[in-house]
Design a protein. Structure first.
Ligand code: SAM
Length: 222
């Protein structure tokens, strides 16, 4: 199987199952035009996140890693009445594009982008008692995933869902000796999840227009 085939199948299902989405198309164009790296979730993956948050009946969502707000908008669209989303982003330039996109999507009253290193912004979320979150999407710097898991456990409650993207990385996750800090961070994160009796998890490997990767889905059970 080739990347071309994966992309064609993604396009087939996206055309078939996703309704025309002019605002999100415009958001993707704005991210490209601003020169943001093409590392947002795909349209199909965005819909997957939207469905997860909807099934969860999420009222509060925390995202770590905003980029141009593409996944933020998918997630925020799943929020019910009175829902709220906080997204943390290190790069001011990315956050500025995301804020414009969130406004374009008409979600600026419920979705907020906060700038800074996530590890610097998470303590205030705890201090201000802005959680617990029904869903946390971890999609930023992978070396910090172990720290993000620790924070996610503080900011969730039994029944909450934690989604982590890019946990397969073209299969490189198997390399125990990897010198890649992303792999090292993810492997440590995986071990922490595996050892934590408060959660239950699985990983679904994905192929598609974003190549070969995967999501970890975790439910907080106690
Ligand atoms: N979730 C986005 C989407 O699918 O549309 C993609 C996020 S992109 C994969 C990762 C983002 O995390 C980048 O915009 C990057 O600047 C941001 N990031 C990297 N390190 C960070 C940190 N320490 N704190 C917060 N954000 C960080």
């Amino acid at each position: 199987m080739s990347q071309q085939k994966w992309s064609e199948v993604d396009a087939y299902y996206t055309d078939l199952l996703l309704r025309p989405n002019p605002v999100l198309d415009e958001v993707a164009r704005a991210c490209n035009a601003a020169g943001l790296p093409p590392i947002a979730v795909s349209e199909a993956q965005g819909k997957f996140l939207y469905l997860l948050a909807s099934i969860q009946g999420a009222g509060k969502i925390l995202e770590i890693g905003t980029l141009g707000g593409y996944s933020t908008i998918w997630l925020a669209r799943a929020l019910g009445e009175g829902g709220r989303l906080i997204s943390l982003e290190y790069e001011e330039r990315h956050a500025a594009v995301a804020r414009d996109n969130i406004k374009l999507a008409g979600l600026d009253k419920i979705a907020e982008v906060r700038v800074g290193k996530a590890l610097d912004r998470l303590p205030e979320i705890e201090a201000n008692e802005e959680g617990p979150f029904d869903l946390i999407f971890i999609d930023a710097d992978k070396p910090n995933n172990p720290n993000y898991l620790t924070w996610a456990m503080k900011l969730t409650k039994p029944g909450s869902v934690i989604v982590s993207d890019n946990v397969v990385r073209n299969g490189n996750i198997l390399d125990e000796q990897s010198l890649d800090k992303n792999i090292q961070g993810l492997r440590r994160f995986n071990e922490m999840v595996a050892d934590d009796s408060r959660v239950t998890s699985t990983v679904i490997q994905t192929v598609g227009e974003k190549g070969y990767d995967g999501f970890m889905l975790t439910r907080v059970i106690s």
